[in-house]
Design a protein around this ligand. Structure first.
Ligand SMILES: [Zn+2]
Length: 206
């Protein structure tokens, strides 16, 4: 395992060696039986660490995949229990969505997620205030190749590689539907970014 400092993100750019370019690779909506294992295998082959924004009810269904992601050095973070639009839920439902997911993640990883990615990126002042009240930092993304719309693996890779810059948060999906194109695009994305001198950090929101 590489000796990456998971706290580097909290320290920000000055902590990173001069000239180092880094990105955050994130996977939403998993774990899924079919695609998460494939994503983990590819990340492992390229020695890349990523962040999995998991849906709690999927962790309940496939706890071993969340455990495996944790054991391989990836960050597992909160993407709610059942993927609702958090702008449209009561405070009671909001708490349930976050805390139940926390509990299932904690059972597999031993820690409580500090990052929250609201489904659909749907946030506002109330969502932000509620997230903060539960100790969460909202993490959206800066590069979205719309892999879920299945435009083709080469298009997914091209969109990521055209937009990525140092500090980018790349949004991909390992659950919630057929993600075979995402899996197929991943080696090309990793190979090219490595060739450009990028390193990969997981997000911890510490
Ligand atoms: Zn999602």
């Amino acid at each position: 395992m590489e000796a990456l400092d998971p706290g580097v993100e909290a320290l920000g750019a000055p902590a990173v060696a001069a000239g180092t370019k880094w990105v955050y690779l994130t996977f939403d909506d998993g774990p899924s039986a079919r695609y998460t294992a494939q994503v983990l295998k590819i990340l492992h082959a390229y020695k890349v660490r990523a962040t999995f924004f998991v849906v709690g009810q999927n962790v309940k269904r496939y706890p071993y995949l969340t455990r495996r992601a944790d054991r391989l050095g990836h960050s597992v973070q909160n993407h709610t229990w059942s993927h609702p639009n958090l702008r449209n839920v009561s405070w009671k439902t909001f708490k349930y969505q976050i805390r139940t997911t926390d509990r299932y993640v904690r059972a597999q990883t031993g820690y409580t997620p500090r990052c929250l990615r609201p489904p659909y990126g749907a946030t506002n002042r109330i969502v932000a205030r509620r997230a903060a009240a539960l100790g969460k930092t909202i993490k959206l993304w800066s590069v979205d190749p719309r892999d879920w719309a299945r435009p083709g693996a080469s298009v997914i890779a091209r969109r990521v590689l055209a937009k990525v810059q140092p500090g980018s948060v790349i949004l991909l999906h390992d659950g919630g539907g057929n993600r075979s194109q995402t899996v197929a695009a991943l080696p090309k994305i990793l190979k090219t970014l490595k060739a450009r001198g990028y390193v990969f950090y997981p997000l911890w929101c510490q």
